[in-house]
Design a protein around this ligand. Structure first.
Ligand code: F6P
Length: 343
């Protein structure tokens, strides 16, 4: 920090599941910061580069210059690495009894920011990562959030970056599945990511002309799904596509979970297979499952995602310049505005 309180050195990090557009945001942040004469550093793998720098022989903090972010706008993934296991509010830590447990280690993280003379943080993440940024802001770190997630499950922004790419890819998959489903007179159940929100399922299902869309917000009755398939048959359509959000659950039932590890959210999986298994005997047709899973997170961001990512990155730096902290940049067309992280 300069003697007048203005910024000299900022950090960027990417947390949680990766999403197409992360690198475009990083590029915009770095260029906007460098243009203001600020130094920029990337924290490796969420906050791990600061929490356990000894694990990074090349350094847990990477200097980011204009040349470090050349030619990365179109790249998927994140040049900084990410993790969904390193939440510092619930950090898996060995207790005195020799057992691993979740511990709040945000004070150590705040100390690491100070030790490295970082004046501010731009945190790119979903609900988990932005919650951590909020804790840091409350503990005195100047922090700005940028809404990232293919799930589009963040409040107060019309859209998160990564969502458009995921839906475009999933829609392309549905286009391909129609012809093979028709050729074999099958029902193809397509499971998509989205956690506890049905945005990906709904948008993919509508744009890819699915026959049935099951999403977490509306628990389903498998008998009604079967009736819809039978009605299709009656109309002479002998194949179908059923889109199932990974977080979809039956009426009175629960979400399909494949596991829970210390320090991270539960892993969802199996929702599509469950629907296919239950539907097959009810409709008397072969029901096959395709899980799109992590394919939705890979690849180049769409033009839309590149553009909002670049806008979000530039807006995050403007927010810091204006002296803001504890806010997230949000798309509120036609503008990008700031909303509180804690609201
Ligand atoms: O939040 C993004 C997301 O891709 C979810 O849609 C999905 O449930 C989760 O991350 C999967 O994360 P992981 O990388 O741990 O499999």
């Amino acid at each position: 920090m300069k003697p007048d309180g203005t910024i000299k050195k900022i950090a960027i990090n990417t947390g949680g599941g990766d999403a197409p557009g992360l690198n475009a945001v990083i590029r915009a942040v770095v260029i906007s910061a460098v243009n203001r004469g600020w130094e920029c550093f990337g924290i490796r793998d969420g906050y791990n580069g600061l929490m356990k720098p000894e694990e990074y022989p090349e350094g847990g903090l990477i200097p980011l210059k204009r040349c470090s972010v050349r030619g990365i706008t179109h790249l998927g993934g994140t040049i900084l690495g990410t993790t969904n296991k390193g939440n510092p509010t619930k950090y898996p830590t060995l207790g005195p009894d020799g057992k691993m447990r979740e511990m709040d280690r945000t004070d150590e993280l705040v100390e690491a920011f100070k030790k490295n003379k970082l004046d501010a943080l731009v945190a790119l993440g979903g609900d988990g990562s932005l919650g951590i940024a909020n804790v840091l802001a409350e503990k005195g770190i100047r922090a700005i959030g940028v809404p990232k997630t293919i799930d589009n499950d963040l409040d107060k922004t019309v859209i998160t970056f990564g969502f458009d790419t995921a839906v475009s890819f999933a829609t392309g998959c549905l286009d391909r599945l129609h012809s093979t489903a028709e050729a074999h007179r099958r029902i193809i159940v397509v499971e998509v990511m989205g956690r506890y929100a049905g945005w990906i399922a709904l948008n993919t299902g509508v744009s890819g002309t699915a026959d049935v869309i099951l999403m977490p917000e509306i628990p389903y009755d498998i008998n009604k799904v079967a009736l819809a398939v039978k009605a299709m048959e009656k109309r002479g359509k002998h194949y179908g596509i059923v889109v199932v959000a990974e977080g979809a659950k039956p009426l009175g039932g629960s979400v399909s979970v494949v596991g829970k590890e210390l320090g991270r959210a539960e892993k969802l999986g199996g929702a599509g297979e469950r629907v296919a298994k239950e539907l097959e005997p009810l409709v008397g047709k072969e029901c096959r499952t395709v899980v799109l899973g992590h394919l939705l997170r890979g690849g180049s961001p769409t033009t839309f995602d590149r553009l909002i990512s670049l806008r979000f990155g530039a807006a995050a730096v403007r927010a810091l310049e204006e002296g803001r902290s504890g806010v997230m940049v949000a798309l509120d067309p036609p503008t990008v505005r700031y909303v509180p992280l804690n609201g």
